[in-house]
Design a protein around this ligand. Structure first.
Ligand SMILES: CC(C)(COP(=O)(O)OP(=O)(O)OC[C@H]1O[C@@H](n2cnc3c(N)ncnc32)[C@H](O)[C@@H]1OP(=O)(O)O)[C@@H](O)C(=O)NCCC(=O)NCCS
Length: 162
C-alpha cells in the first residue's frame, strides 16, 4: 500500500540514491549526503511495502518580491521530485506533490514554484509557466554547480498558487 509521509533521518540514503540515479541521466541536480541531511525537513517520501519509492522537497524562501515590492505571497520551491522508474505512471508523483503542497499550505505558504524538465507533468498539477527572471535571485545559488548555468539552462519555471 502506498503511503506518503514526511521524511526522517532513516530515509537519507534512499532519497540520495533516488535523486542521484536520475541526476546521472541529467534529469535533476545531484545532492550530496550532507545536503540531504541539512534539508531533510524539506522532504517527503512515498513508501510502498516499507520501501521508499519516491521523494520530493519543498524549500521555503519567504516573502515574494516583484518590481521591488513585497507581494502578499510567501514562496516555497518544489524540488528533488523523483519516483523510481519501476513505480512511475502509478500516481506516486501526483500524490507526493499534492501531499507536500497541502503540508506547506497548512503552515502559511501561498505560492509554490519549480524549475523543471517535466512541464506537462506540472501542468497537470495545476502549475503554469512563468519567465525564469520572475523567480527570486536566491534560487540561483543552487544552480551554480550546474554546467548549463546560466546561458544554457533549459528548465522551465512554473508556479502554482495554493
Ligand atoms: C516526473 C515524475 C516524478 C512523475 O511521477 P509519476 O509517479 O510517474 O507520475 P504520475 O503517475 O503521478 O503522473 C501523473 C500524470 O503526469 C504525466 N507524467 C508523468 N511523468 C511525466 C513526464 N516525465 N513527462 C510528462 N508527463 C508526465 C502522466 O502521464 C500522468 O498523466 P495522466 O494523469 O494523464 O495519465 C517521474 O516520472 C520521475 O521521477 N521522472 C524522473 C525525474 C524527474 O524528471 N523529476 C522531475 C524533476 S523537476
Amino acid at each position: 500500500m502506498l503511503m506518503i509521509r514526511k521524511a526522517a533521518i532513516g530515509d537519507v540514503e534512499a532519497i540520495k540514491s533516488i535523486i542521484n540515479a536520475h541526476a546521472k541521466k541529467g534529469l535533476m541536480l545531484p545532492r550530496a549526503t550532507y545536503e540531504v541531511y541539512e534539508t531533510i525537513r524539506d522532504f517527503y517520501v512515498a513508501q510502498e511495502n516499507r520501501k521508499v519509492i519516491g521523494c520530493c522537497a519543498i524549500h521555503i524562501y519567504g516573502r515574494e518580491y516583484k518590481d521591488n515590492t513585497i507581494t502578499e505571497h510567501v514562496l516555497g520551491e518544489l524540488r528533488s521530485l523523483a519516483v523510481l522508474p519501476a513505480n512511475q505512471g502509478n500516481d506516486v508523483g501526483t500524490e507526493l506533490v499534492e501531499y507536500a503542497i497541502s503540508d506547506v499550505k497548512s503552515i502559511g505558504i501561498t505560492k509554490v514554484f519549480t524549475l523543471t524538465y517535466v512541464k506537462d507533468f506540472f501542468k497537470k498539477m495545476k502549475f503554469w509557466e512563468i519567465k525564469r527572471h520572475e523567480l527570486p535571485q536566491k534560487i540561483w545559488s543552487d544552480c551554480k554547480g550546474c554546467i548549463k548555468f546560466p546561458d544554457e539552462c533549459d528548465e522551465t519555471a512554473m508556479v502554482r498558487e495554493i
